[in-house]
Design a protein around this ligand. Structure first.
Ligand code: NAD
Length: 289
């Protein structure tokens, strides 16, 4: 396997909230990125978001104008997984659905070189189960970036049962290459970040459902009382309520404890299409800026 600093081509699968951020940081650190999603409209929207976020970095002085222009030119948008045949690294950031990820990794296994890294940004789905779909399971690992990717420092790196030491070291180095701080965890439902975070978000939704307090009050109590930079309900809208529900289902099913049952109000919002910021409305309403 090559060294992380020698990686020149990466593929990112899924151009949503996380995928566009991951493409952004790799391109900004000199890697050519092929960004794959199911249709052209979604890819155009992702490229526009990346351009806006790069502009924001230029305004803040954290990136030069010319670096932002070059970074955008390094990103190529494609609708087919087959376009990833020559990449050294793939980071999958498609919708949080086990069936979808299993299918994608079966495809990635046949399309990519046998020594290409296959990483998933899943928030909660078992790395070991995903790796079982791949010809060489030792090359599969979790790279759990935080939202918003260009801003947040952490990557939770998750070793599956079969992930090799070499692949783990390569992934830790790759995180550092894109200026992130990797922290290692093992493969159990929700890993660390969401095992701790999601029950808090779920409980905040129970508080709203049971009339304990209004959404604004719940968030203010947690912000002012616990010194959280953002309330749990605003954070749920940022993450996406469908993603939160999918993670709660994995915790509930994988750990088998009723304390992880998803809040019925969360189910109701998702059923109504209130997915959070990305759909314009979740627990709170959002206007286009
Ligand atoms: P999202 O809904 O914003 O984007 C998912 C994208 O995947 C969509 O654009 C969708 O069209 C695309 N997609 C679906 N099927 C595909 C396929 N077959 N091929 C290519 N693309 C496909 O979701 P997101 O919030 O970006 O989450 C993506 C992943 O990142 C999930 O696994 C999620 O758990 C994880 N994650 C999310 C957050 C967060 O805060 N949103 C944080 C960390 C990790």
């Amino acid at each position: 396997m090559i060294k992380a600093n020698d990686v020149t081509r990466a593929g990112v699968v899924g151009a949503g909230t996380m995928g566009n951020g991951i493409a952004h940081i790799f391109a900004l650190h000199g890697v050519h990125v092929t960004l794959v999603d199911v249709d052209k409209g979604l890819l155009e929207r992702a490229l526009a978001t990346i351009e806006k976020n790069l502009d924001r970095q230029v305004q803040k002085g954290t990136c030069s104008d010319s670096d932002a222009v070059v970074a955008l030119q390094r990103i190529e948008a494609e609708t087919s997984i087959e376009s990833l045949s020559d990449v050294e690294v793939v980071i999958e950031a498609a919708t949080e659905s086990p069936a979808l990820k299993f299918e994608l990794f079966e495809l990635l296994s046949s399309v990519t070189a046998e020594d290409a890294l296959l990483a998933t940004n899943t928030s909660s789905i078992s790395i070991t189960e995903i790796a079982a779909r791949v010809n060489e399971p030792s090359r599969v690992i979790g790279m759990h970036f935080m939202n918003p990717v260009p801003v947040m420092q952490l990557v939770e790196v998750i070793r599956g049962l079969e992930t090799s030491d070499g692949v783990t070291k390569f992934t830790m180095d790759l995180c550092k290459r894109v200026s992130k701080v990797p922290v290692l965890a093992n493969d159990y439902p929700g890993f660390v970040a969401n095992r701790v975070l999601m029950p808090m978000i779920n409980e905040a939704l129970y508080c709203v459902m049971e009339g304990v307090a209004e959404p604004d009050a719940v968030d203010s109590i947690m912000q002012l009382g616990m010194n959280h930079p953002m309330g749990p309900l605003a954070l749920a809208d940022l993450i996406g309520l469908d993603t939160c529900l999918a993670i709660m289902e994995v915790l509930h099913h994988g750990l088998g404890d009723s304390k992880y049952r998803p809040c019925p109000l969360l189910r109701k919002y998702v059923a109504a299409g209130r997915l959070g910021r990305k759909s314009g409305c979740g627990v709170f309403e959002y206007r286009e800026t």
